[in-house]
Ligand binder design. Sequence first.
Ligand SMILES: [Zn+2]
Length: 251
Amino acid sequence: MMDFKRVLIKSSMLSLFHRIFNVKNCFQCPICDYYGKFESFGPETGVRKNARCPGCGSLERHRLQYLVLGETIPGLNTRAMSMLHFAPEFFFRRIFREKFGIYVTADLLAEDVDRKEDLTHMSFGDNSFDFLYASHVLEHVQDDCKALAEIKRVLKPKGIAILPVPIIGEKTIEYSKPNPHEFDHVRSTGKDYYEKYKAHFKTVKLYSSSDFNPLHQLHVYEDRSKKIASMPLRPAVSGDKHEDIVPVCFK
Ligand SMILES: [Zn+2]
C-alpha cells in the first residue's frame, strides 16, 4: 500500500518518463503501485477499455476515490476518529482499518461486516462517527433523501461523508422500481445528482477524473451511445470517454 505523498511524487516522475519516451497505454495504479497495461472488460454496455488494474483488481472509480482520500485524509488526526464504512470494498477496508481509531463496517445484506444496517434507518445514535464512506450505494436506495438525512444524523459536527454514485449522463432519471438488469439500481444518476447533497451538508466538494494525473486511468472509456433493451430508462450518452465525480460532504 502506497503512502499518499509517495503516489504524487512517483506519478509525476512517471509522467515525465511517458512524455520523453512517448509511452502509450501503460498506467500506474495509485492503490497497489502496479505499472503496465490495464485490463479491459465487457459489461452489458460494451467494452470498458483499460478499466481494471491487474495488480489489485481496482477499477477507475476505486483509483479516483483513493486519490480523493489522498486529498482529504492527510492533516486529519484519523487515529482519534471513528469511521463507518458502508458496503465496504476489500482494498479500502485495509486502508481504513489501519488509519482510523475506530472502524466499523456495515451493509444491509452482506455477511462479512460488523453490523447489518439499513442506510435509511440506522441503529447508531446521533453524532456517532467522524467519517462515513458509502460508495455506489445511494443509486440502490429508493428513499435517498431519508438515507442522506440518516448519514447526516449519525455524523458528528464537522463530520465528513464520501458518497459517490455512478455518473451516467448529465441528468438523473428516477425509476419506479429496482432494475434487476442494472444491479437493482433505482435511478440512473447523472452529474446533477450531487445537487441533492447540498440540502443536507454545509459544503460539498466535487473531485473529477480530470483533476488528477491521467497516468492513473481514471476516466471510464465505454461506448454508451446505444440504448440497451434491459435498461430502458438509462439514457444513451454520446462520446466514449466519461468523467467520474466523487463528492466529499462536510456536515
Ligand atoms: Zn492496483
